[in-house]
Design a protein around this ligand. Structure first.
Ligand SMILES: [Zn+2]
Ligand SMILES: [Zn+2]
Length: 420
């Protein structure tokens, strides 16, 4: 039996409008004719342009925005399968400026803010810089990618770039912002948060923090008035379902309706928070207090509940979680808990792990302070493999996409390693 002659096989044609040529290699992620980057639909393998929201063949939503290590912020929508193996990175890319702010990624593209006020967009497949965006001031807090748009804070402004559109154009030289939002107050001081419609920002206003919501489409203000926190000492705001949870280091917090900016309630944890960035997964956030206690903040119909779920004997440096596991990085290694906070194992014989690990199904990838990627299985405390990713000072967590793991050091050297 032969295939219907009417069927167009989207998996072997270039997705770029001006090209559309045949791509014979089934796994290829670069068009051999036009050199354009492409991503594959996880459902049907059709080729799609970078940052596509929906597959052009089967129409399914492509969760290409991949930031499982986007600490403190909503966990990735993309679900990753277990990591079987990691190839050593081929060679480090030198980006030419310091990189001290966490990068973000979508399938096919890595977004690395640099100390020289630029943002480098790197092709994951060709390992080349696609283009560079120039901003007036360096990006000081984590950017966000949503529906093909990049939102980056520079000083008092938020810049929105329509990457999905621009990355398809032959001339990528001039990528201007789709809009620029200016905060009436001081600079943006916390990572940006994005849900389906809005971007949330925290700006300094004297000794206070002002939280505002901006429309992703237009850059317009979405709330009648900003939410005020009477201190600058606070954890990054957390987006848990349709609520923003804002917690000061003093332990006092606010619950805000994300749509309206209405303060629904105030609470006090009765303890000081540590500087460990909280981690959000599903309908709960995990926070760490100054005494290395891990609390779960859970949201349900009944409201907000705070439960102590685990106490670590030494200083906690970082935390990450999935629906099933909680991974804790500390000065001597990694500890794995189940979702209820019961210890599964602890490895205290490693280098420090101070950036958030990645949890992919029942595997955990931790980047230690020496730049080695340690791959763990949830059942064993000894790493199943170790891959040297890079050296130098590690300040920001690695990121994961459907095909790569990427890490950058403070000197701006970028390692991209393929995983299977
Ligand atoms: Zn092409
Ligand atoms: Zn598809």
């Amino acid at each position: 039996m032969t295939a219907s002659p009417l069927a167009f096989d989207f998996s072997c044609h270039c997705p770029h409008v001006a090209c559309g040529d045949m791509i014979s290699a089934p796994q290829s992620r670069v068009c051999p004719v036009c050199g354009g980057d492409l991503i594959r639909c996880p459902s049907c393998r059709a080729t799609n342009r970078l940052l596509s929201a929906h597959c052009r063949a089967c129409g399914k939503h492509i969760a290409s925005e991949s930031w499982p290590a986007h600490a403190g912020i909503k966990n990735a929508e993309a679900l990753f399968s277990a990591i079987q193996s990691i190839d050593p990175p081929r060679q480090l890319m030198r980006l030419g400026a310091s990189a001290t702010v966490q990068m973000v990624a979508a399938d096919g593209v890595l977004v690395v803010p640099l100390g020289d006020s630029s943002i480098s967009l790197v092709s994951e497949s060709s390992r080349r810089e696609i283009t560079r965006l120039d901003l007036p001031e360096p990006v000081a807090s984590t950017a966000a990618i949503r529906s093909g748009r990049l939102f980056a804070a520079s000083g008092k402004n938020i810049f929105a770039f329509d990457l999905a559109r621009h990355l398809d154009l032959a001339s990528r030289a001039e990528i201007g912002p789709a809009w620029i939002f200016e905060s009436e107050r001081g600079p943006v001081i916390q990572p940006l948060l994005a849900d389906a419609e809005r971007v949330y920002l925290s700006a300094r206003d004297g000794h206070r923090t002002m939280i505002e919501a901006v429309s992703q489409k237009s850059g317009a203000r979405m709330w009648a008035a900003p939410v005020v926190l009477e201190t600058l000492q606070a954890a990054p705001p957390l987006l848990v379902k349709n609520l923003l949870v804002i917690i000061a280091h003093s332990g006092d917090g606010l619950v805000v309706e994300s749509e309206s900016g209405r303060v629904l309630g105030k609470f006090s944890l009765g303890r000081r928070l540590s500087h460990v960035t909280p981690y959000v997964t599903g309908a709960r956030a995990l926070i760490v207090d100054a005494d290395n206690n891990v609390y779960e903040i859970a949201l349900s119909e009944k409201g907000l509940t705070v439960n102590l779920i685990y106490t670590h004997a030494a200083r906690i440096l970082t935390i990450a979680a999935s629906e099933e596991f909680i991974a804790i990085g500390h000065l001597s290694g990694l500890t794995l808990l189940n979702s209820r906070g019961n210890a599964m194992w602890s490895n205290d014989m490693l280098e420090s792990i101070s950036v958030a690990p990645i949890i992919a199904a029942n595997t955990i990838l931790a980047l230690d302070d020496a730049g080695t990627g340690l791959l763990f299985e949830a059942i064993r405390s000894n790493p199943s493999s170790r891959v040297k990713l890079l050296g130098g000072e590690i300040l920001t967590p690695p990121v994961m996409t459907h095909s790569s793991l990427a890490a950058v050091n403070a000197a701006g050297e970028l390692a991209i390693a393929e995983w299977r």
